[in-house]
Design a binder for this molecule. Structure first.
Ligand SMILES: Nc1ncnc2c1ncn2[C@@H]1O[C@H](COP(=O)(O)OP(=O)(O)O)[C@@H](O)[C@H]1O
Ligand SMILES: [Mg+2]
Length: 370
């Protein structure tokens, strides 16, 4: 995405019908995908209001119309449910502010796509969990999100990034890269390649447990990072899920599993001392508890029995993607040093090894909160 000038941002702002007078705007938050700005508006003599303006990253999301249609439909559904439950729909879900043409986003003459959200007050996001309690709160928020959307017709959503968590397709792509071995790197990753092949059964594990049609398609978030959850400043509760760009039809086990993959590891994704990389079983339990408390009654028995496997599958898929990118010459994941993607793959595989050992314990924990 090209850099933006203040004039371009101002011009975009004027295409929205915000109340009051613009006082200031500035870059905001720590998102890695979109360009996020916080606008301060003055209303009358004493009132102020904040608004979030974002330039959508159209390098990644090439179909902003479909993406915004997904977001509008899902957030309207959530607003409705939250209001019926007596909640605060201004804080517990995103609210899209349309542009002057009443469109959900505005495309400027350069092709930049802009959208606006009501600002969620008295809450903030964290980049890293400070403690297990924060991780539990993120589970509560995602469990509630799943609960409120459990009867949403997920197949009506656009698949904005096709085959996002199609592990089998990703495996086939890995095999293709390995066969081509364009940079001759395969002989430097012999153990990791063997590991991926040994775990090939994970690519079809859901399907072997059931006919694919037995697992319901649900509204999944696909980016369950902690900094996509607004945490209330006073109560410290997870109140709202944001960053809905990757909302798509998918399996609930994948959202659950990806949260565990990065949130319940004892090390960061870039840790190279593999003795430090394990599954933190108490973090796993905290997340499972929060998630199940909110939505266990909406999940089928089959889905529940596959939640722990979701963590293994997401960890496998992620490690395999790092390894594939290493073989391909580091085209997708930005690297800070040579071998970075190979190291990341090793990190994920160390985590998966530990999960393999703990899988019975993980499943027992899920059962406990069923
Ligand atoms: N409606 C909102 N109210 C308050 N803060 C928000 C809102 N939307 C986004 N933010 C803040 O901006 C950050 C980046 O937004 P996000 O939609 O997650 O972008 P990205 O896709 O780049 O991660 C969030 O982590 C959050 O701190
Ligand atoms: Mg984000």
């Amino acid at each position: 995405m090209t850099a933006l000038t203040s004039e371009q941002i101002l011009s975009a702002i004027h295409h929205f019908d915000f109340p009051g007078q613009l006082e200031s705007f500035a870059r905001y938050g720590h998102g890695h995908i979109n360009d996020t700005y916080l606008l301060q508006l003055r209303i009358g003599k004493i009132g102020t209001m904040k608004v979030i303006l974002q330039r959508i990253n159209t390098d990644i999301f090439q179909n902003p119309r479909e993406l915004m249609e997904n977001i509008c439909n899902v957030t309207m559904w959530l607003q409705n449910k939250i209001q019926k439950a007596g909640g605060d729909a201004e804080r517990e879900t995103l609210n899209v502010i349309t542009d002057k043409q009443n469109q959900s986003y505005y495309r400027d003459p350069r092709g930049n796509c802009w959208r606006a959200y009501k600002y969620i007050t008295d809450a903030c996001t964290y980049d890293q969990p400070l403690n297990v309690q924060d991780f539990y709160q993120s589970a509560v928020a995602f469990g509630r999100f799943q609960n409120l959307l459990s009867d949403y017709p997920a197949d009506h959503l656009y698949e904005t990034i096709p085959d996002f968590h199609n592990t089998l397709k990703r495996y086939n792509y890995f095999e293709k890269s390995l066969k081509e071995d364009k940079l001759g790197r395969a002989n430097t990753a012999v153990d990791e390649i063997a590991f991926v092949k040994e775990h090939q059964n994970l690519t079809t594990l859901y399907q072997t447990k059931a006919g694919a049609s037995d697992i319901p398609l649900r509204v999944v978030h696909n980016d369950t990072k902690l900094n996509n959850i607004m945490i209330d400043n006073l109560t410290h509760q997870g109140i709202c899920i944001i960053d809905l760009d990757t909302v798509m039809p998918g399996y609930v086990m994948n959202d659950f599993g990806d949260s565990i993959r990065f949130g319940a590891s004892t090390a960061l994704e870039d840790e190279t001392d593999l003795s430090k990389v394990n599954l933190d079983i108490s973090a796993f339990e905290a997340y499972t508890k929060g998630f199940m408390e909110q939505c266990s009654d909406k999940l089928t028995e089959l889905e529940t029995s596959l939640l722990a496997d979701g963590a293994r599958i997401m960890t496998y898929e992620c490690g395999m993607r790092f390894l594939t990118d290493y073989l391909d010459g580091d085209k997708y994941f930005r690297i800070a040093r040579p071998n970075h993607n190979l190291e990341r793959a090793r990190n994920q595989f160390a985590l998966l090894k530990d999960m393999d050992q703990k899988i019975d314990e993980m499943k027992a924990i899920v059962e406990k909160y069923r």
